[in-house]
Design a protein around this ligand. Structure first.
Ligand code: DOR
Length: 444
């Protein structure tokens, strides 16, 4: 069995930063310790680099099947390796939508044949697939996704009775996109009356407003409390919503959890004039005050997980007037290094960043043997050089859509190595052609 010895690394893991070596044997972490040696192992000198567990991204849209002109499971999972993402949970708003067990297994088969990193999927709940959802094995996939506000893919669940039945009848984590549809539609009508189709991009957070987010998140949380459902609120984007979450219980015991995304921590409404539709996301990027509050809630544990909501669209699609430019943007390649900049600015500690991006998704979804650097765990490992600068430009973007909202930005950290189940899948700009990804398994 192949052995790799990572020497002199600065390991960031489980709240600690310590110098150590790691011996990988086959797919697993065999030994962690000082001054390890093994003459049969290939040695990688990690002096001056951080060694972290592979990032687990709990919200990505890889567009396959049906939207493969924007991205595929192969292209986007591969791009994620350059950003240290070794496992992901992909969302059901594809064509066809992942709303039947057969469609879920088809996606699993596609990922099995083409994914470069470990995969699972969310099963989409709709107004009319409750019986199918009840038949779903709780270990078959990551969980259930509900769009409680419409976004790309037309998957709005707006029948209250159905919603209550879904919340009452699944033990799985329900990940919810929360934006109140009625408030958004009313705002949209007002802006259309005023501007026609060419609404200024800066109106996006006023149309898909903070109020729309708060009302929808509050309703979802009230329903979860009533039904004792396990609710995970995706991409929290406002200061007010952060008040809805608790930090006085450990993550493993929480019934209601929250996720924040990279773009809501990086951009603010001040950026719309320069960036236009490139930072049009649902939920919208909001004010600088909202952004500050999200950092606060991430740091005091009201927000549990930091993810990307990677959602590529082509530039041609993005270069449209407000009403026809789709929401979403690609992030998996740049999220970790972008957040390393924020860590250097003092917005978050290194150990907490790794907790939110690597450990907590594993705890929250009960993912087996991943998310930590531990003997006996899968060797999903990432080396980061914190003193190696680079500029994001067209020639180093790995997304199929070929653009990034970070183009022109200089990052001072670089992901140099990314291991997936013990296989060196990415090294200094080069991707391995060998795939060694696995379907995620769960301990529930
Ligand atoms: O901005 C977004 N884009 N938000 C979503 O919830 C969906 C995503 C997409 O799939 O394009």
């Amino acid at each position: 069995m192949k052995k790799i010895l990572i020497k002199n690394a600065t390991i960031v893991n489980q709240g600690e930063i310590l110098e150590s070596d790691v011996l990988v044997e086959g797919e697993y972490i065999k030994l962690i310790g000082k001054s390890l040696s093994d003459p049969t192992a290939e040695v990688i000198d990690a002096q001056g680099k951080y060694l972290i567990p592979g990032v687990i991204d709990d919200q990505v849209h890889f567009r396959e099947p049906g939207l493969t002109h924007k991205g595929t499971i192969a292209t986007e999972s591969r791009a994620g390796l350059a950003g240290g993402i070794t496992s992901y949970i992909e969302q059901p708003n594809t064509i066809p939508q992942t709303v039947t067990i057969a469609a879920l297994e088809d996606k699993m088969a596609t990922a099995n044949a083409s994914s470069f990193s470990n995969y699972s999927f969310n099963f989409g709940g709709t107004n009319d697939n409750l019986e199918e959802l009840k038949r779903l094995d709780k270990n078959a996939c990551a969980g259930v996704k509900l769009f409680l506000g419409s976004s790309t893919g037309n998957m709005l669940v707006d029948n209250q009775q159905v919603l209550e039945s879904i919340f009452s009848s699944t033990e799985m984590v329900i990940s919810a996109h929360c934006e109140d549809e009625h408030i958004i539609r009313t705002n949209m009508e007002l802006y259309k009356e005023r501007y026609g189709d060419d609404i200024p991009m800066s109106s996006h957070p006023l149309i898909r407003s903070a109020e729309a987010c708060y009302v929808s998140s509050s309703n979802a949380i009230a329903l979860a409390k009533k039904t004792n459902a396990r609710l995970h609120v995706f991409h929290v984007s406002t200061a007010r919503e952060t008040e809805l979450f608790r930090n006085d219980i450990p993550l493993k015991d929480k019934r209601i959890t929250a996720e924040v995304c990279t773009h809501h921590l990086w951009f603010s409404s001040e950026d719309y004039n320069e960036m236009g539709s490139l930072i049009k996301w649902n939920p919208a990027v909001k004010t600088a005050q909202d952004r500050d509050a999200l950092w606060g809630a991430l740091n005091d544990d009201r927000i549990d997980v930091l993810a990307t909501d990677h959602a590529p669209h082509t530039l041609e699609e993005k270069n449209n007037v407000y009403t026809s430019a789709p929401s979403g943007g690609p992030l998996v390649q740049h999220s970790l290094v972008a957040l390393m900049e924020k860590q250097k600015e003092g917005k978050i500690s290194l150990t907490r960043l790794i907790e939110k991006m690597c450990h907590n998704p594993a705890i929250l979804f009960n993912i087996e043997k991943r998310g930590f650097i531990r003997e006996g765990y899968y060797a999903d490992l990432v080396l980061i050089d914190p003193n190696s600068s680079w500029n994001v430009s067209k020639d180093n973007i790995a997304y199929k859509c070929g653009w990034s909202p970070f183009e022109g930005v200089k990052f001072s950290s670089t992901v140099t190595h990314c291991f997936v189940n013990g296989h060196l899948a990415y090294e200094n700009g080069n991707f391995s052609t060998v795939r060694n990804a696995k379907r995620l398994t769960f301990e529930r």
